[in-house]
Every structure is written in C-alpha cells, then in structure tokens.
Design a protein around this ligand. Structure first.
Ligand SMILES: Nc1ncnc2c1ncn2[C@@H]1O[C@H](COP(=O)(O)OP(=O)(O)OP(=O)(O)O)[C@@H](O)[C@H]1O
Ligand SMILES: [Mg+2]
Length: 285
C-alpha cells in the first residue's frame, strides 16, 4: 500500500510564505483539499508532484525522499495542473500520445492505456477532435484522462471541476470516485459538494496552514449544536446577515428560511445537523 508523507514542508516566495510547516500523511483514498484563493493548494500539489522545490521539509513516498527517487517516483504520479498549457492545435488522440510519451511509455503500451482512459472518461468517440474545439467539460475530462495514463498510484487533481456546470461537476465527481480505488487521490476545490461525499478525509488550508483535517463526520462534530435554521420576514434578512454567519437561504410560504451559525440559539431557531459547508463558512467567511 502506498503512502505519501509531507513532513514540515514550507515554501517561501519573495514576499509570501505559501506553505508553513505543513505535515500530513496520505494513504489510498480520496482527500479533498479545501481552501480559499491563495491558501497554498496549488503550491502543495506542485511540491508533491515534484514540479516545485520546497524551501524546507521533505516529501516521502513509501518512506523515501521523492527528490532522490526522481524518475522512479514520476512513474507513480498522475497530475492535472490548475493552469494547463495550450494544446489547442492537437487532436485529443495526439495530446494523449504526447502525454504518454512524456511518461516514457512505448507505443504499444500507450495504445492500450489511451484506449482504456478514453473509455473511462467516456470520450472514445472524441479522439479525432481538436483540443481547442472541446467544450469546457470535455476538456476537463480529457485532462483527467491524461492524468490517468499509466494507472498511477498517486493522482493529484488541482481544481478539476473549475468552470463546470452542476451536471458536469457530478459526472467528474463520479468519475473520480470510480477510479479512486487503491490510489491516493488529492482533489483541490472551492466547492464543498465536489468532495463532501467522496472523500475519506478533508483538509482545510488557509494562508499556508493546515487548519483542520479529518473525516467529514469528525470535522462536522465541532459544529454540533451551533447550526440553526430560522424563519424570518424578508425585511429582517439584512439584520440577521449582519449579526450571524449565514448560508443557505430559501424563500418559502412561512417566510425566508435562513441557515446560520451561532454559539447559542437565536429566538425561534431550531438546531440542525451540521454539514461540511457550515464548517467551511465558519473557517473561511
Ligand atoms: N510563483 C509565485 N511567485 C510568488 N508568489 C506566488 C507564486 N505562486 C504562488 N504564489 C503565492 O503563494 C500563495 C499561495 O498560492 P497558491 O497558488 O498555492 O494558492 P491556491 O490555494 O492554489 O489558490 P487558488 O485557489 O487561487 O488556486 C499566494 O499568496 C500566491 O500569491
Ligand atoms: Mg490553486
């Protein structure tokens, strides 16, 4: 069973410290990495995939320093960066062969792998299309397909659902969860629902620091008894929003139903069971 350990990782850019003494051990399963813009998610993923050198600390794969493993380590990784180079002029097929060759695969092995990953992402019939002509959702799936070539033990996906509509998000989520078996899968996102139901553990990252980590149930526990729902009149919404951290709001016959976080129950409010979204609100808003 593979294991990835980040030990005391820091990354300093000229003026910002993007990661501060970050330590965590990943084992096979899906990990959701949540954090606002600039939290250090991409920095962490770039260091894990050996595309960026940390300022201090060590990354171990199966107990060995990845900087010493080099090529042997790269063979284990599938990586979907947040910002992709432009391959608009290549067909999907050419793109995948190109990526397979970068992974050092011969033609025969590439043939088999490419057929398999295209099947996985349901794009076998799109082989001949130019990358530049794919829709946003298709492009994301093509990029995931590229990451899957070689059946990596470690799959690192930096915001794989960025810019997708809700239906495509669900497709990608199901796809990721279906390939996740026996692999360490890291997914960064701003959208809690992308990872809430498929993650073994969730990490909350803010300004380079790991604020929380654990299973969804463990993480929600700290919000127990602090999440409420309340019916109010439309003209009260502003005042309530000023006073509390508020999330879901819906207009109903009884008035506006509002979900909020509070240490004690506001007048007329009922306690509800907390979700990961509530913790996200608590930590980041
Ligand atoms: N090459 C760089 N040079 C200088 N600063 C950088 C560089 N790359 C990232 N940073 C800074 O490091 C911090 C972390 O950035 P990073 O891209 O890792 O965050 P992120 O969590 O991936 O954000 P987002 O959700 O916007 O993708 C930010 O303050 C960013 O401005
Ligand atoms: Mg990023």
């Amino acid at each position: 069973m593979s294991e990835l350990e980040l030990r005391d990782i820091s990354k300093n850019y000229k003026t910002v410290q993007a990661l501060k003494d970050f330590s965590f051990t990943f084992t096979p399963g899906v990990y959701g990495i949540l954090g606002p813009n600039g939290a250090g998610k991409s920095t962490m993923m770039n260091i894990i995939t050996d595309n960026l050198k940390q300022s201090s600390g060590t990354v171990f794969f199966d107990g060995r320093d990845i900087r010493k493993l080099k090529k042997a380590y790269r063979a284990h990784i599938g990586y979907m960066p947040q910002h992709q180079g432009v391959y608009g002029e290549l067909t999907l097929n050419r793109f995948l062969y190109y990526m397979a060759s970068l992974k050092g695969m011969n033609k025969k092995k590439a043939d088999r792998q490419i057929a398999e990953v295209l099947e996985r992402v349901n794009m076998s019939d799109k082989r001949g299309m130019l990358m530049g002509h794919l829709s946003g959702g298709m492009k994301q799936r093509a990029l995931i397909a590229q990451a899957l070539i070689g059946d990596p033990d470690l799959l690192v996906l930096d915001e794989p659902t960025a810019g997708l509509d809700p239906k495509e998000r669900i497709r990608i989520r199901n796809l990721i969860s279906s390939v996740a078996r026996d692999k360490i899968v890291l997914i960064s996102t701003h959208v809690v629902s992308d990872i809430e139901f498929i993650s073994k553990e969730v990490l909350f990252l803010k300004e380079g620091t790991l604020l929380r980590s654990g299973s969804v149930a463990e993480l929600c526990w700290e919000m127990e008894g602090r999440v409420f729902e309340l019916y109010i009149a439309p003209e009260e919404v502003l005042a309530v929003e000023e006073r509390y951290k508020c999330s879901n709001m819906s207009s109903e016959a009884e008035g506006v139903r509002i979900r909020l976080i509070s240490d004690s129950a506001p007048q007329g409010a009922v306690s509800v069971s907390p979700s990961l979204e509530d913790l996200y609100l608590e930590l980041f808003e």
